[in-house]
Design a binder for this molecule. Structure first.
Ligand code: LLP
Length: 418
């Protein structure tokens, strides 16, 4: 009997309907534990942030809070979700390349601990607003060390023309921004932040990033007497979507990173005392499953389609990034493959294909197709295309199943329409 988090898939589908997003809560807990216990150093202060863009809801924020993680948000909406989850705002890092005045002021009202500044205009505006602040606002500057991690081009964020951060090559502006921040009232400049891409398997890319950041910090100190104590190394740790993906175990990645940080710290006699990472995908992706019900099956000259009751509206990743997924038919996990199917959604769009080709046992109408590793950037990037309501989300564990986001109704969808 097929289960997720110890709960029968068929029962989950009967109780909550389909399409349904199910998270194996115990798997998330194990992963959170792994991060917290292995990203540790005796020489440096360390911290793990959860990048909530991967999947944000109140229950998720409460879960990461249990493990002492900090929180990365990138918008007023993510910030508001953290507020409603009663998350300690002093532990929030507010990112984004184009925060609005309202968002910055909302962050200050909430006493958000750290703002990650992206550019000169933002630094200048924040310095103005901070005059009114009634607490010290910690600030990091997002920099771009110019490392292109081997990943899909849409999700590489550290190349020289990236819309994010300030390139190391643009030192004059980078120094100017730091000086604006260091001279501002109520701002404490803590250090640098970088994020070199997503779904990265090559651990060398992270080690290279660390070396570059330590070396650059040292040169800022030597050349301009700029001092700070924190490096935030971003997220981007790869996960296993299909058998082709071979991620390095998280504990090993964390330990290598820590070792390199300690070595660099010693080598460069660094002022850096605190190291942060901010994984999103690697905390939620593999724990998440999407359960769909198979509808019609149709043959074309070269394909056999199996249609499901969701699609690109609840998972845009195959259409947007040609992302690959693995899946199985509930109750037939051990059966031999019968044919190759193309799994397509119900949206009015030819590109609405969830899996281009997958070998499955004979698929029948009403069967449940379970797509694996859909926990990151699935629900969070979902849309209302074709006015298909958003699925429900449940956390399943040996102990219990709890619905953390209700299924949207048609009425919810049109509730703002006049
Ligand atoms: N920190 C920053 C500043 C980021 O920009 C990101 C992701 C993360 C942390 C978390 O990265 P992760 O550990 O989740 O890879 N929608 C794309 C991924 C976009 C990632 C954007 N930034 C996808 O579905 O693959």
């Amino acid at each position: 009997m097929a289960v997720i988090g110890g709960q029968e898939i068929r029962k989950l589908a009967e109780t909550y309907g389909t399409p349904l997003v199910v998270y194996d809560e115990d798997a998330m807990r194990t992963r959170l534990n792994e991060f917290v216990s292995s990203f540790k150093s005796e020489k440096l202060e360390t911290g793990v942030l959860y990048a909530s863009k991967a999947f944000s809801c109140k229950a998720m924020i409460s879960l990461i809070d249990e493990y002492g993680l900090y929180l990365d948000v990138v918008s007023g909406g993510e910030l508001y979700t953290a507020y409603k989850a009663a998350y300690d705002s002093s532990k929030i890092f507010f990112h984004g390349n184009n925060k609005t005045e309202q968002e910055l002021k909302m962050a200050m009202q909430m006493h958000v601990g750290t703002i990650v500044v992206d550019n000169l205009m933002e630094a200048e505006e924040l310095a103005q607003y901070a005059k009114e602040a009634d607490y010290p606002i910690h600030v990091l500057l997002r920099v771009n060390p110019g490392i292109e991690a081997h990943t899909h081009k849409y999700i590489v964020t550290a190349h020289v023309d990236s819309k994010f951060g300030i390139s190391f090559l643009n030192e004059e502006e980078l120094v100017q921004i730091i000086q604006v921040l260091q001279n501002a009232e109520n701002i404490v400049f803590d250090g640098l932040h970088a994020h070199i891409g997503s779904q990265i398997f090559d651990i060398q890319a992270f080690l290279e990033e660390i070396k570059k950041l330590f070396a650059y910090s040292r040169s800022l100190k030597e050349k301009y007497d700029i001092q700070f104590n924190t490096l935030n190394l971003g997220g981007g740790f790869g996960v296993k979507y299909t058998e082709e993906d071979k991620p390095v175990p998280i504990a090993d990645v964390c330990k290598s990173m820590i070792r390199t940080c300690e070595e660099e710290q010693e080598k460069t006699c660094s002022m850096i005392q605190r190291i942060l990472i901010e994984p999103g995908r690697s905390i939620v992706a593999e724990a998440g499953y999407s359960i769909y019900k198979i509808g019609y099956i149709k043959k074309t000259p070269n394909k056999q389609y199996a249609f499901v009751d969701g699609g690109m509206n609840d998972n845009i990743r195959p259409a947007l990034y040609q992302a690959k997924y693995d899946a199985f038919i509930e109750g037939k996990e051990k059966e031999e493959a019968f044919a190759s199917y193309t799994i397509a959604g119900k949206c009015c769009e030819s590109g609405d294909i969830l899996i281009e080709s997958i070998a499955l046992p004979k698929v029948q109408k009403g069967a449940l197709l379970v797509m694996k590793t859909t926990g990151a950037y699935g629900y969070s990037m979902a849309s209302h295309y074709n006015k298909i309501p958003l699925p429900a989300v449940v956390f399943a564990s040996e102990k219990e199943t709890r619905e953390v986001i209700e299924r949207e109704t048609f009425e919810h969808m049109i509730s703002l329409e006049k």
